[in-house]
Ligand binder design. Structure first.
Ligand code: MN
Length: 653
């Protein structure tokens, strides 16, 4: 392969730094470059390039984020401790305490060798966080280093490529997201995606290539229309098409079950203007020009995201009836969106802002706790959760991390584990001590729930629970028991929820099984599923990725699958936040597929949450999946569940 990329020169870095920090100590930067060049002079990268190129590239990426001269100096030196005999003292003498401290921080992130993949990743992240809480710049340098390593990943073996890419997706990209550095997040994700799913990546590229021209013409037309309208209103703004990232398309395909075409064809515009007031004015202009799609408007200016992201988001129906997604923000908001905390770093010495400080101190708390915990697996789980939210992280006795809103009680926790545990919970032991059910859970609590078979949800619980899941379950239970005073539980759970095996195939070793769909994960037709055999010869179907199912031990796992052809009364339950016309929309959507609805009814669960149930007989699995997919796309629909029963068994109707 011919490498056409020109080698980077230190002059280019100095020129960039001059652009935003003219009073920087350029002699020190040059000295760092010369020192590093000397140290690395006999070393080569896997690509065959002189090693110093890696240090230069890392520093150059940081100049793109306008990092302070100290960071740039440290970036040039970031590998000297690791790959040579240079020691920290020498660095301190030559480059000062601050630079040495940053280099040391970065070195610590990569210096430790581990036995297996998971542990090594978790361990290095732990180090990373420890370093980060001392100085956020260490983490930013590490991310820049990571980017260059990812850019040159093609020179490594396939095994290395896959392993490194997975770690990047699990750890570094989410870190970049939490720090609000979108530009780094996208690049890391797209490169990792290329190595983890090479076939899919190739297919995406091909499709991109085919459609690009058509798409660009369409977008250019839209941009012209918007520019004209803004000019007329005397507002200065830059209108651009929004780049689409492979990995984000891939993730949405999985999450929203949409096709590549649906996602790719969705046009995206970004409008960058000078003032916040103009953002709202532009929104008004856009909404008067094209019809806004209800429910698609988000005001992240008034309510910024936890990672400091600010922007207005809306979606409208464009001139040809096509949906267009639009983001509106100021120049400053845009910088923060692309660079996150990196943008907040004032190289003249004013450090990070208060909000960020608070988050960091919270992180430090977690780390203190973390040092005492037993396994690194827990910490891995931690990192996959968004740390910067109004949420708390607590633990099951087995060490599984459960995320709950602040103010949650043991009852919320119990319902989160499983609805049956919630229904029958009688008490809680937190960190080894008995606490009342109204106890407010705290970060790091280890919770053991006690249950009793004859316990049922209490009306009082509604006053103390925080999660909507718990509230909905309790209300639902109370409502049903009021309607059915004689033992709802036995009627409802043991008869109604049992379904015959006409929709799901179970391995033949199980004779005449009764099949139930699990209530924790609500498997839907087409989901990957797994079955568990209960002592009563029932088979409970969970989604393959259901956490509570995977926590279950001691039960026999069975191979199960959806039947392609079945012809049976099916009840579909739709949970949604209420809006005008919802019921009609649902019925129309189903009618549009040519399906005959046998019964339908709606009921209110809470003030805003409604449940719509209907019964029909689908032609086959594909048909049922199609209906479910169409309903999922309806605005405000939050969850869908199905039940299958023999005719006449739906007593509610
Ligand atoms: Mn490096």
């Amino acid at each position: 392969m011919i490498n056409v990329k020109m080698a980077l020169h230190i002059k280019q870095i100095i020129r960039k730094v001059k652009g935003y920090a003219p009073e920087a100590d350029f002699e020190l930067i040059k000295k760092a470059f010369e020192f590093a060049s000397e140290v690395h002079k006999d070393q080569k990268r896997a690509s065959g390039e002189p090693f110093i190129q890696h240090a230069l590239e890392t520093a150059y990426i940081l100049t793109g984020l306008k990092q302070d001269p100290t960071s740039i100096t440290a970036a040039l030196l970031h590998d000297v401790l690791e790959t040579s005999k240079v020691d920290l003292e020498e660095l301190k003498q030559k480059f000062g305490e601050e630079v040495a401290m940053l280099v040391d921080g970065v070195t610590k992130l990569s210096s430790i060798k581990y036995h297996d993949r998971q542990e090594r990743d978790a361990e290095s992240i732990r180090k990373m966080f420890l370093a980060t809480t001392k100085d956020i710049r260490v983490l930013i340098i590490k991310l820049a280093d990571k980017i260059h390593n990812m850019r040159t990943l093609s020179y490594l073996t396939e095994e290395q490529q896959k392993r490194i890419s997975q770690a990047t997706l699990d750890i570094y990209a989410p870190l970049a997201y939490r720090l609000g550095i979108a530009s780094i997040k996208w690049e890391l994700e797209d490169i990792a995606f290329k190595y983890l799913h090479p076939d899919m990546y190739a297919k995406f590229r091909e499709k991109f290539g085919k459609k690009r021209l058509h798409r660009e013409i369409e977008i250019r037309k839209l941009i012209k229309v918007v520019e004209k309208a803004l000019k007329k209103a005397n507002i200065t703004a830059k209108v651009t098409g929004r780049p689409k990232h492979f990995y984000s398309i891939y993730k949405k395909m999985l999450e929203k079950k949409r096709t590549f075409e649906e996602l790719y064809d969705l046009a995206g515009l970004r409008i960058i203007t000078d003032t916040t007031q103009h953002c709202y004015e532009i929104l008004g202009i856009i909404h008067s020009m094209w019809k806004p799609i209800p429910g698609e408007f988000d005001d992240y200016i008034a309510m910024p995201k936890a990672n400091m992201y600010q922007s207005l988001h809306t979606a409208v129906i464009g001139p040809n009836g096509q949906p267009i997604e639009i983001q509106i923000r100021t120049e400053e908001m845009h910088t923060i969106s692309e660079e996150g905390v990196a943008a907040h770093w004032d190289y003249k010495g004013v450090k990070i802002d208060d909000v960020f400080d608070k988050k960091v101190s919270w992180l430090r708390q977690i780390l203190d706790w973390q040092r005492e915990s037993k396994t690194t697996k827990e910490f891995m789980d931690f990192l996959k959760i968004d740390l910067f939210q109004d949420e708390i992280y607590v633990f099951t006795p087995k060490g599984k991390v459960i995320c709950l809103p602040k103010g949650s009680t043991p009852i919320d926790f119990a319902y989160k584990i499983h609805s049956d545990i919630g229904d029958t919970c009688t008490g809680a032991i937190v960190n080894g001590r008995i606490v009342p059910l109204r106890y407010e859970l705290k970060n790091g609590d280890i919770i053991n729930i006690t249950t009793a078979k004859n316990q049922t949800p209490k009306r009082d619980w509604l006053k103390i629970v925080k999660t909507t899941e718990a509230k909905t379950r309790i209300r639902h239970y109370l409502k049903e028991t009021e309607e059915l005073p004689i033992s709802y539980r036995s009627v409802n759970k043991q008869e109604k929820k049992v379904v015959k095996g006409d929709i799901i195939e179970v391995e033949p070793s199980v004779k005449a099984p009764l099949i139930k769909l699990a209530k924790c994960c609500h498997p839907l037709p087409g989901d990957h599923i797994t079955g568990f055999l209960t002592t009563q010869n029932h088979v409970v179907i969970h989604r393959k990725d259901c956490e509570s199912a995977n926590e279950t031990t001691g039960r026999k796992r069975l191979e199960v699958k959806w039947k392609k052809d079945f012809n049976q009364e099916t009840e579909v339950k739709i949970f949604a936040t209420d809006r005008v016309g919802l019921f009609a929309d649902v019925l129309n959507t189903i009618a549009a597929t040519g399906t005959n609805i046998m019964h339908a009814k709606g009921k209110t669960i809470t003030e805003s949450l409604v449940e719509i149930d209907f019964i029909m007989i689908p032609e086959n699995l594909d048909h049922l999946q199609d209906i479910i997919r169409r309903i999922q796309r309806l605005q405000n629909v939050s969850r869908i569940a199905i039940e299958v029963a023999e005719p006449g068994q739906h007593k509610d109707f």
